[in-house]
Design a protein around this ligand. Sequence first.
Ligand SMILES: [Zn+2]
Length: 254
Amino acid sequence: MRGIASVREVACVGVARTMLVAEIVGPAGAPTIALAAGVHGDEPAGPWALLATVRDGLLDRRFSYRIWPCTNPSGYALNTRENAEGHDINRSFHKGGTTPEARAMIAANRDRRFALSLDLHEDFEADGYYCYEPVVAEETPFGDALVDALDDAEFPVQELSDAFDLGYPPEAHHLRVLSRGRIRNDPDAEREFFDVTPYSIYLLHRAARYALTLESPRKRAWADRIAMHRTAVTTIVARFADRGNENLAECPSS
Ligand SMILES: [Zn+2]
């Protein structure tokens, strides 16, 4: 990312590792978009897709960006979902963070507000791409554009039904609405229902107007997974740009 982004190391207090965070500064007053990948260490296409997206100049420079290219560095090195201590970082964003990585990200985000957040994952069971799009002010403005772009590029889109395991127990199925390539979920109801908090749900409560989680199909070819993630990021950012000031209403402020 040399010459494009400034990169710094963030300490993970209590463990012998650091995380990288990159900043791309846009025009004065530009909204900031948060991009993250690799919170599950055995989902490698996300980090590499983010790096390629920045390297190839695909990010709309009208915005600022905070980029976490790999939020589980120890799990990435071990090729495990969890971090080196065996904890799922994406279930640790409650109570100020219950893993060193979550605490480091929450501390680094203090006083920052994001207009949009995208978190890149992979799904071992999926045959096609899909996203979680939490409902904000009764709207889900990005998922339709994403599915259209995937169809246009002839990428596979995941069919979703209650038979597809998304990790929700049956008694939580009312918290989400499934359609092809899209899970529309209620972030406030999920925070009430579950004891643990994923990254996107924490951001929506604290720091981001919109926060989508993107899932590439892990069993597909590497180059296709990278291409799908790149298409998803650029499509959603383009949709965000098209919406203009509609994006900025009621950003969380505490
Ligand atoms: Zn994941």
